[in-house]
Design a protein around this ligand. Structure first.
Ligand code: F6R
Length: 615
């Protein structure tokens, strides 16, 4: 949700800011803006509705000189996406400019007070309230900017990552964070970079500081980075090595990041398993399980909290933990869990799954679980994000930055980590025989190769996709481990092609959704050979009997379903519990190609953002 970039140093700020915004555009893309101190000391703010490219076009004839600036790409919360509501926002006198990611919950009360003091507003955003408040405090109490920020943030309730430029102090950027991510990059020449994640910083420096909640950072040229809290106590955050490479941030010849990320999955899963599965391929070692063996293997219950695609991964995790470890599992939408007064026991293990590691609802669910005394385990992709820092232990999925807004490789990475964790705990608890454990681990190591096989369906799916572009509704059916795959397939299609789609357990169809089926309704059935195979065939028959058009994902060589379905997509065979890793690939490709056929911006679907840092 919203991307923040900043730079102050010897280089020209504008190209760094624009390039950084493009890297962060996955976080929001309804409007963008930049504020820079020009070479004459003026503070210029330029803003445009639309994508970063629209901002660039707008700036073509503007003064973009200067070595200090802040920039923002927006995902609207308060006020429609237009240039007035876009960030940066000026303070009343025009001395300050501020960008913000997050939500100021008590903005209406603060605004009322400021309006009563004669301050006028140009936008309807919560962000403008903050910059007006800071200037008002600075002027009326004769404080410097840092002091005014500290006083203002004491009054604010909500989530923020902010950065401020002050015309009177062109050598300084001040930024602060509370519940929204912010990373400071330390350049070789004493210059400073600032961003919502490390991706805009990676090409300039590998030294970063991840700010913590309550931190305020002062980046002043010629001085070391200063970090204090709201009470002006000095903080000592660690300088860390950056974790992304430039190659990971580029499209590498693919038309969209989403397609690149779909094709990266075999290697991502190899990275995810590397160092965790031994070279013989028969043992899994997770340091989290070594460090917290008793807590994890002795769990009375597992509660999985997550949102969206990560929640779907959690549904697969439930089946893995229940069948392999015999531990009862509940899978909760983090947004519901946090407000539901759930019963949590101290010997529960709560597993929080999140690609970004910044999802506000998941963070709140973690906090609730911790307060109840549960042990919290994180499954995350973004290194150094908030969720890994707020959980007692966890496992990174190590699939590299995911830039396409629709999650693909993170999903399979999450399922792989959950598979490894379930196998590890099952081995510790002796709930599966040793030889079964070894055979399952070996099969897991074969999954990347089988994914490569599954990716060969790309051309077939590209040919099929135009058939489905007319559809207004689609149904995805699966059972057992393939039910969450159906949910995920439907979500992918909704997100990027804007076709309504529902995922259903195949047998539930006859309890309602069957009424929708007619010849206009594409039905995608995951019908790979497993213990429910025959039953899924009956479900396909039910759809056929009502004129439904069936596309089935089947195990290679399946002639029975070929005779029943309109189209079949053949997939390599694997153990039932790993089938989601294979079966999700054609469904990702299907959503991708349908969206491309419909001319949609696959990487930046409307209304969505990659990192949902507001509730
Ligand atoms: C769907 C998608 C979202 C996210 C959800 C949770 O493609 O990406 O549904 O899965 O917003 O995000 P994370 O995993 O970052 O917590």
């Amino acid at each position: 949700m919203c991307g923040i970039v900043g730079y102050i140093g010897q280089k020209k700020a504008y190209p760094i800011l624009i390039k950084g915004l493009k890297r962060l555009e996955y976080r929001g893309y309804d409007s963008a803006g930049v504020a820079m101190i020009d070479t004459k000391g003026g503070l210029n703010v330029y803003k445009a509705k639309g994508k970063v490219a629209d901002l660039e076009a707008f700036c073509e004839d503007k003064d973009i000189s200067g070595n200090a600036g802040i920039a923002h790409t927006r995902w609207a919360t308060h006020g429609e996406p237009n240039s007035a509501n876009a960030h940066p926002h000026y303070s009343a006198s025009g001395r300050l400019a501020l960008i913000h990611n997050g939500i100021i919950e008590n903005y209406a009360t603060i605004k009322e007070n400021l309006v009563a003091r004669g301050i006028q507003f140009k936008s309807v955003t919560d962000t403008e309230v903050l910059v007006q408040l800071i200037e008002h405090i600075m002027v009326s109490n004769d404080l410097d900017l840092l002091e005014a920020v500290q006083v203002a943030l004491h009054q604010v309730i909500g989530a923020y990552a902010i950065a401020i430029l002050d015309r009177e102090h062109p050598d300084t950027i001040i930024c602060a964070r509370q519940s929204s991510p912010l990373v400071v990059g330390l350049g070789e020449d004493g210059d400073f970079y600032l961003a919502s994640d490390a991706s805009p910083i990676a090409e300039y420096t590998d030294k970063v500081v991840y700010l913590n909640d309550g931190d305020i950072a002062v980046m002043r040229l010629g001085e070391k980075l200063k970090v204090v809290n709201l009470d002006n106590e000095t903080q000592h955050p660690k300088v860390k090595q950056i974790d992304v490479t430039l190659g990971q941030l580029e499209k590498g010849g693919y038309p969209f990041f989403m397609l690149k990320e779909i094709f990266e999955q075999p290697n991502c899963l190899r990275d995810c398993m590397r160092g965790r599965i031994n070279v013989e391929g028969d043992r899994i070692t997770l340091s989290a399980v070594i460090d917290f063996r008793e807590k994890l293997a002795g769990a009375r219950r597992i509660i999985i909290v997550a949102c969206g695609t990560s929640w779907h991964a959690g549904l697969i995790g439930k089946q893995l933990f229940e069948s392999l470890c015999r531990i009862p599992v509940e899978v909760e939408y983090a947004s519901e869990f946090r407000y539901r007064e759930p019963v949590i026991f101290p010997d529960d293990v709560v597993i929080a799954i999140s690609q970004s590691g910044e999802t506000a609802d998941t963070l709140a669910a973690i906090e609730l679980a911790r307060q109840a005394g549960a042990f919290v385990f994180g499954v995350c992709n973004a290194i150094g994000a908030s969720i890994p820092r707020q959980t007692q232990t966890g496992v990174y999925i190590h699939v590299g930055p995911e830039i396409g807004v629709a999650s693909t490789k993170a999903f399979t990475g999450q399922v792989t980590v959950l598979s490894m964790l379930a196998l590890c705990l099952a081995n510790e608890r002796r709930t599966i025989p040793g030889d079964v454990y070894k055979e399952m681990v070996a099969e897991l190591t074969r999954i990347p190769e089988k994914m490569e096989e599954a990716l060969k369906t790309n051309e077939q799916i590209e040919r099929l996709a135009p058939i489905f572009t007319y559809a207004k509704n689609c149904l995805y059916l699966g059972r057992g481990y393939n039910y969450p795959v159906a949910l995920e397939g439907a979500l992918k299609l909704k997100e990027i092609s804007y076709i309504h789609a529902e995922g259903y357990p195949a047998a539930e169809m006859k309890h309602g959704p069957i009424a929708l089926i007619d010849s206009e309704m594409p039905v995608f059935v995951i019908a790979t050979r497993d213990k429910l195979y025959e039953k899924v065939i009956s479900n396909i028959q039910e759809v056929r009997a009502r004129g439904g058009r069936v596309t089935a994902l089947v195990t290679a060589g399946d002639e029975q379903i070929r005779r029943l379905a309109d189209h079949v997509i053949e997939l390599p065979d694997t153990l039932e519990c790993f089938q989601p890793l294979i079966a999700s690939i054609p469904l990702q490709l299907l959503a991708y190609h349908i969206a491309v056929c419909k001319g949609k911006d696959v990487d930046r679907p409307r209304n969505l953002a990659k990192s949902v840092t507001v509730e």
